[in-house]
Design a protein around this ligand. Structure first.
Ligand code: IPM
Ligand code: MN
Length: 366
């Protein structure tokens, strides 16, 4: 098997965590005898510097010619004052729009070894195992008009029925494969777009009688995510609500640094990236947590390439390193030496090597 992967490191800690991700991908390639051709491209601030555009044609072509995309993070103070079209974030939004990556999956799973770093009580966070399905190519992020003058500013929240239908179908399908519960989050008591959203979810529910559906207003969902997060299974919501709720949900597990994501189109093509941002203050210090980008590699193996076994191997290796009490600074306790990004990645590689040794032993016995 041979796959081409475009790697877009972006800004801040993006390049550091992408280095880790690519190493893991190569280890997986060697172990299973697959070839991953990795080619680097620019996005965000990096691309503004190199090509004077946050999503240049060169990057678009590279992604079009690849089977999947791994992305680091975009943004930084250097470009904060740029006009809207020349902001790093615009590069990410353009990438999502260009490939019609409407389905953004953000899993939140409690990791026992990290629970002490969670802002929530251990007993509240312990059983968390939820999936946020965020609509990614509509809503306030893309609605027109969107402009600002001295005296006023406008953003537009538009959703078509079709846009809602396809994300809701995806969410129902995931709920069916998981615990069979879907929470649809909206602001139906105020917004017209949410009224349409809820109508569509109710209609679609008839086609999935095996899935239990609940509707929740976004303010209440924000509250319940920190009071009773283990009550959620699949959460489906529009773009902006999903952005906010996923950052909130990510820290339940102990650190924003461990949450991966997949952004999928209708045909299996996907962009895989950590949920965390570019963390400019950590740039170049070797302190970034590479877990989210390594787990994003696992999501890529699973969702774009159908390599479930390899995906589980990566996940298990990451969990094993945490279980060994090896942490980067974001989750280490004060009395513990935090590992650097590169050291932590080496631990994961070591775990993967141990797994292949035990595969070989099994083989010898059989
Ligand atoms: C995310 C990020 C992006 C978003 C930004 C960088 C545009 O916060 O992926 O959650 O808001 O979608
Ligand atoms: Mn976000």
């Amino acid at each position: 098997m041979r796959k081409k992967v475009a790697v877009l490191p972006g800004d801040g800690i993006g390049p550091e965590v992408m280095e880790a991700a690519v190493k893991i991908l190569q280890v997986i390639g060697r172990r299973y005898k697959w070839t991953f051709d990795v080619e680097f491209g620019a996005i965000g601030g990096d691309a503004i510097e190199k090509y004077n555009s946050p999503f240049p044609e060169e990057t678009r072509t590279l992604c079009e010619n690849s089977d999947a995309v791994l992305l680091g993070a975009v943004g930084g103070p250097k470009w904060d004052q740029n006009p809207p079209e020349m902001r790093p974030e615009k590069g990410l939004l353009a990438l999502r729009k260009h490939f019609d990556l409407f389905a953004n999956l953000r899993p939140v799973d409690a990791i026992p070894a990290l629970l002490k770093a969670s802002p929530l009580k251990e007993e509240v966070a312990r059983e968390v195992n939820l999936l946020i399905v965020r609509e990614l190519t509509g809503g306030l992020y893309f609605g027109e008009p969107s402009r600002k003058t001295e005296k006023s500013a406008v953003d537009t929240l538009v959703y078509t029925r079709e846009e809602i239908e396809r994300i809701v179908d995806k969410a129902f399908e995931f709920a069916r494969l998981r615990k069979g519960k879907l929470t649809s989050v909206d602001k139906e008591n105020v917004l017209q777009s949410s009224k349409l959203w809820r109508e569509v979810v109710k209609e679609k529910a008839k086609g999935y009688p095996d899935v239990e559906v609940e509707h929740m207003l976004v303010d209440s969902a924000a509250m319940q995510l920190v009071t009773n997060p283990s009550a959620f299974d699949v959460v489906v919501t529009e773009n902006m609500f999903g952005d906010i709720l996923s950052d909130e949900a990510s820290v339940i597990t102990g650190s924003l640094g461990v949450m991966p994501s997949a952004s999928l189109g209708a045909d299996g093509f996907g962009v895989y990236e950590p949920v965390h941002g570019s963390a400019p203050q950590l740039t170049g210090l070797g302190k970034a947590n590479p877990a989210a980008s390594i787990l994003s590699v696992a999501m890529m193996l699973k969702y774009s390439f159908g390599l479930e076994e390899a995906a589980s191997a990566v996940e298990e290796a990451v969990y094993a390193v945490f279980n060994d009490d090896c942490f980067t600074e974001d989750v280490a306790s004060e009395d513990q030496r935090a590992l650097s990004t590169a050291e932590w990645t080496e631990k994961v590689i070591h775990e993967l090597d141990l797994q292949s040794v035990s595969d070989d032993i099994m083989f010898t016995y059989i």
